[in-house]
Design a protein around this ligand. Structure first.
Ligand code: 0X9
Ligand code: CA
Ligand code: CA
Ligand code: ZN
Length: 324
């Protein structure tokens, strides 16, 4: 588990316990489901939150996922914060109540349970990023899940073909069971050819950034991303930045990434998908391992942006006052 000083963070078992508690306390609006199993066999929880939660209603769906990268533990806390916010706020806060009543919210709190557990094994940090799947013939482990998605996979030097690299993209797109499972879930949300999930946030740390597609090219528009769409991403991204103080930019302004989740969610499924890089801005403020004392502040910081995205899920083009 976590080092004693950081026991305020949830390890895998503590996260599961927290989610089970929420499912028990709020059965009318929260369901705990499963996305499938990680490489090492850990269950990957999938949370659904909505009114009439057991029914698939005709409501815009939103996807929040966290922890593709093992050492980015603050993102699991972000997902747990969203669970708490939507459940405890329901019936009390009018904005949250309206969203739960008119949306179907999907939360994947832990995309990389094997890497996350490995990263805190022995009560110390290991600076681990990838999953824990064997790769190549040299006894190496780990695919970078955020380079393993199937749009422009390994296209553009935004990932590595070397098995020992931190950004190893894997031998093929969706080689990792963890990316396969989320892909299959997203594809399962296509009903009569219409993707039900309209928008999403993929949580990472750190740098305090709001990023939008594409990551594989520095061009602002490209195949599948026209000027209005680019403008919509940028307008929403800047609106989120007003509430959380992060820096909004196209994801390739950080550096080129190919095979990232948001490029696939957008290009393949038309989902308005953002990557949030959470606290801190610099390594000096804790880097991937900020103290547990910042969890409350730094997760609450994204409440407004998370709600705003959910509100726009019926028609993101509204952000630029365009009908469709
Ligand atoms: O490199 C990444 O995967 C992300 N940064 S991190 O430090 N958390 O590893 C940035 C991903 C940017 N997203 C896209 N380019 N699509
Ligand atoms: Ca509903
Ligand atoms: Ca639905
Ligand atoms: Zn990351």
């Amino acid at each position: 588990g976590f080092p004693a000083a950081d026991s305020g963070y949830h390890d895998y078992a503590e996260m599961q316990a927290e989610l089970d508690k929420a499912a028990k306390a709020y059965p009318k609006i929260l369901q705990k489901l499963s996305l499938g199993k990680s490489y090492e066999g850990r269950d990957m929880p999938l949370i659904k939150i909505s009114d009439n939660v057991a029914k698939d209603e005709n409501e815009p769906e939103i996807l929040y996922d966290a922890h593709q990268h093992a050492r980015e533990h603050l993102t699991v806390e972000m997902a747990l914060y969203l669970v708490k916010m939507f459940t405890e706020g329901y019936g009390k806060d009018s904005r949250i109540t309206r969203i739960v009543d008119t949306r179907e919210i999907w939360i994947v709190p832990d995309m990389n349970p094997d890497g996350g557990e490995y990263d805190v094994s022995g009560g110390k940090y290991h600076s681990w990023r990838k999953n824990r799947q064997p790769v190549g013939n040299g006894g190496y482990k780990g695919v970078d899940l955020n380079r393993n998605w199937g749009y422009k996979f390994a296209c553009c030097d935004g990932s590595s073909p070397v098995v020992s690299s931190e950004t190893y993209h894997g031998p093929s797109a969706f080689f990792a069971p963890e990316t396969q499972h989320l892909r299959d879930f997203v594809l399962s949300r296509r009903v009569n050819g219409v993707q039900q999930i309209k928008a999403g946030i993929d949580f990472h740390t750190y740098s305090e950034l709001i990023l939008w597609p594409y990551g594989y090219t520095t061009q602002t528009t490209a195949a599948g991303l026209n000027g209005d769409q680019q403008k919509t991403f940028a307008t929403l991204g800047k609106a989120f930045a007003k509430s959380n103080g992060y820096t909004p930019e196209q994801s390739s302004s950080l550096y080129i990434t190919d095979g990232s989740i948001i490029d696939w969610l957008w290009a393949n499924q038309g989902i308005w998908a953002f990557t949030f890089e959470m606290y801190p801005t610099t390594p000096g403020k804790g880097g991937f391992y900020p103290p547990a004392s910042v969890i409350n502040r730094e997760t609450a910081r994204n409440q407004d942006a998370s709600l705003t995205l959910a509100e726009y899920a019926d028609c993101a083009y509204r952000a630029i006052k365009k009908e469709q």
